[in-house]
Design a protein around this ligand. Structure first.
Ligand SMILES: [Zn+2]
Length: 215
């Protein structure tokens, strides 16, 4: 589990360096035997240690001391519910990255304006309805929006992405954030042209071997 703690910390550092997470926003989790490791609540990434990563059982039990100042991310429920409902998923990353969050505030799904939309697993990237962070209601909305997908927006909140491992989830997060930036730029000038269902089916066929869940 020590290596997974270090990989979780490394992903948080990469997300910060890439500008996807700022301050204490954003969190990540990785599946381990019996549950998950998740990033701590309210901790700046530069101050985060691998030993701060918190083990939570798959029933949501956390053994730590709440007085210690290190407790699981307040958004742990969403991570746990995804890992419990999606056995093919090994890691979850959540960001409040600028461009994905901006699109999420429009409460719209991202249409296939660019073929790379397929990186999220389908011909759209959905936006889950708004619900308070950390609630079961938000988990339910997110699970529905993630059906057959590895990314979705959370209305007025941010982005969540899945991967077979942390590195794959990171790659999808970077790509979706770039897509949101491109979509917003194009939308400022006009209405982006949308690829047809047939065109997207061709892309999805090409992508069928791309970023597989399992080798
Ligand atoms: Zn959040």
């Amino acid at each position: 589990m020590r290596i997974q703690r270090e990989r979780l910390l490394a992903i948080m550092q990469r997300l910060m360096q890439a500008g996807l997470n700022r301050g204490t926003s954003g969190n990540a989790s990785v599946r381990v035997d019996g549950g998950m490791l998740i990033t701590p609540s309210g901790r700046d990434v530069p101050d985060m240690l691998a030993s701060d990563m918190i083990f939570m059982s798959d029933t949501g039990i956390w053994q730590g001391d709440p007085e210690s100042g290190t407790k699981p991310s307040s958004e742990w429920r969403m991570h746990l519910d995804i890992l419990n409902h999606r056995p093919e998923v090994g890691a979850v990353i959540h960001t409040h990255s600028t461009f994905a969050t901006a699109v999420s505030c429009l409460r719209m799904e991202i249409p296939p304006f660019h073929y790379m939309i397929a990186v999220a697993g389908g011909d759209t990237i959905r936006c889950a309805p708004y619900a308070l962070f950390g609630t079961s209601t938000l988990s339910q909305f997110v699970l529905e929006a993630l059906k057959d997908r590895r990314a979705c927006l959370l209305a007025n909140h941010g982005l969540i992405v899945l991967g077979k491992d942390l590195e794959q989830a990171y790659d999808v997060a970077i790509e979706v954030e770039a897509l949101c930036e491109q979509y917003l730029h194009a939308s400022k000038v006009g209405t982006p042209s949308i690829l047809s269902q047939q065109e997207m089916e061709e892309v999805l066929r090409q992508f069928s071997g791309y970023g597989k869940w399992a080798e």
